[in-house]
Design a protein around this ligand. Structure first.
Ligand code: UGA
Length: 436
């Protein structure tokens, strides 16, 4: 099938590459000429494992193209996916900023030719599909189109696998004609028996928020349990296992840590809270998850301070990992951006390493943070080592080598990567999350 994807950000680029891998003919459009020029050269602006190879393969195979010109992409397309950004609005009130969505709808409208399904792939609040339809109708009353909602459930770092082997595909449509187009697009998943949930646009839009909010709740729940474990002297890891093996609970997303971050959970939970407020209902469990997440980050600052003997002033802290999770260079809402500035404000010196995120991190962290290109270099003269993000390369560190470079042997493992006894027997004081 012939598809157009508007927006070559994370979602647009991964979707475009994967749809072309399915065998569809895809044209990705972005109004950023430099970005398109780079993409045409095979340069991918984000770090996502496997994406460069997939783009190059499908460009070479003639199934994937990039352009700034909507007139080249939209008229021929059976479906046009809108995958532009929906950042939190600049007013800071939690609302998602939909201006990019509506301007994409306005720009697409005049180019629609023949029956076309315009698909919202970006995460958008309930009611957006109807608004997009209204905008298109205003600009081009003659256009023959439907608007569908088709939220994505990709995890950064695992996006290609999530796209190619999803747990489910959610499609929100008003009629069978649009449903048939979407079914056709996802028919390559038929062989792996991927369930397709066909529902209304409003329900599809809400499914996305409900899924992310549920996962955020699950993380905040286990983080709260971890705090209780620390208080009563129980083991949070064993607790997570003990409850997660109950099939009704499930063991995924039960890892205590420094709080969830990234471009989705923080933004989407707030946007959901704004939506419920608007409709005069409440989402108190989601509200609590947001509060617990903020408290978790603050608790990590206190954990580090306590491990340093009560004060971080004048201390050197080595930090391993800055991104909100491994296998990405994304720093959006990373816990490091809350925790490290709080320590720096109290006079701590920070020396940090991240395999992919240092360039991004340097933009958002206070001046004075020192970046080193070797994980062992963060330890030189350090009073404590903080493992902030569980990159694979931090999972089997030479503890003897780390210790020999440090001033004080304090190991604060905010992702519970190491077994406490292993680190303690190497001569460190060890502090995890949810355990001693
Ligand atoms: C999340 C969802 O997992 C995807 O399904 C969804 O499509 C995506 O948001 C989105 O809305 O676009 P992502 O933000 O890439 O994906 O990352 P996750 O792997 O979900 O992790 C989010 C945060 O939760 C990270 O900071 C991670 O460290 C934290 N986390 C996750 C925990 O602290 N504990 C856990 O057990 C799991």
């Amino acid at each position: 099938m012939k598809l157009a994807i508007i927006g070559t950000g994370y979602v647009g680029l991964v979707s475009g590459a994967c749809f072309s891998e399915f065998g569809h003919e895809v044209i990705c459009v972005d109004n950023n000429g430099d970005k398109i020029a780079a993409l045409c050269q095979g340069q991918i602006p984000i770090y996502e494992p496997g994406l460069t190879e997939l783009v190059v393969k499908n460009v070479t195979g003639g199934r994937l193209r990039f352009t700034t010109n909507l007139a080249e992409a939209v008229p021929r397309a059976e479906a046009v996916f809108i995958a532009v950004g929906t950042p939190s609005s600049r007013r800071g009130d939690g609302y998602a900023d939909l201006s990019y969505i509506y301007s994409a709808a306005r720009d697409i409208a005049p180019h629609i030719s023949g029956y076309t399904v315009v698909v919202d792939k970006s995460t958008v609040p309930v009611g957006t599909a109807r608004q997009v339809a209204r905008v298109i109708r205003e600009v081009n009353p003659a256009a023959e189109f439907d608007v569908a909602s088709n939220p994505e459930f990709l995890r950064e770092g695992a996006a290609i696998n999530d796209f190619m082997r999803p747990d489910r595909v959610v499609v929100g449509v008003d009629n069978d004609r649009a449903a048939a187009v979407l079914r056709g697009i996802y028919s390559p998943l038929y062989l792996i028996e991927t369930p397709v949930v066909i529902t209304t646009p409003e329900t599809a839009e809400l499914i996305k928020y409900a899924a992310n909010a549920f996962l955020a709740v699950k993380i905040s729940y286990i983080n709260e349990m971890a705090t209780i474990c620390e208080a009563v002297g129980a083991d949070g890891i064993a607790l997570a296992k003990g409850i997660g093996l109950d099939g009704r609970i499930g063991k995924k997303f039960l890892h205590p840590g420094p709080g969830y971050g990234g471009s989705c959970f923080p933004k989407d939970t707030l946007a959901l809270l704004r939506t419920v407020q608007e409709y005069g209902v409440s989402a108190r469990i989601v509200e609590a998850a947001v509060e617990v997440n903020a408290a978790q980050k603050a608790r990590m600052v206190k954990k580090i301070r306590d491990a340093l003997g009560g004060s971080e002033t004048g201390k050197t802290i080595g930090v391993l990992g800055l991104t909100f999770k491994p296998e990405t260079d994304d720093m959006r809402d990373a816990p490091a951006l809350t925790i490290l500035p709080a320590l720096i404000e109290k006079g701590a010196r920070i020396v940090a390493h991240d395999p992919q995120g240092m360039r991004e991190a340097a933009k958002y962290l206070p001046e004075g943070v020192e970046f080193v290109d070797n994980p062992y270099a963060v330890c030189a003269g350090a009073d404590a080592l903080v493992l902030m993000t569980e990159w694979n390369q931090y999972r089997a560190l030479d503890l003897g080598r780390i210790k020999s470079g440090m001033r004080n042997s304090v190991f604060i493992d905010l992702r519970n990567v190491y077994a406490p006894e292993q680190v303690r027997s190497a001569g460190f004081s060890y502090f995890g999350v949810g355990r001693g």
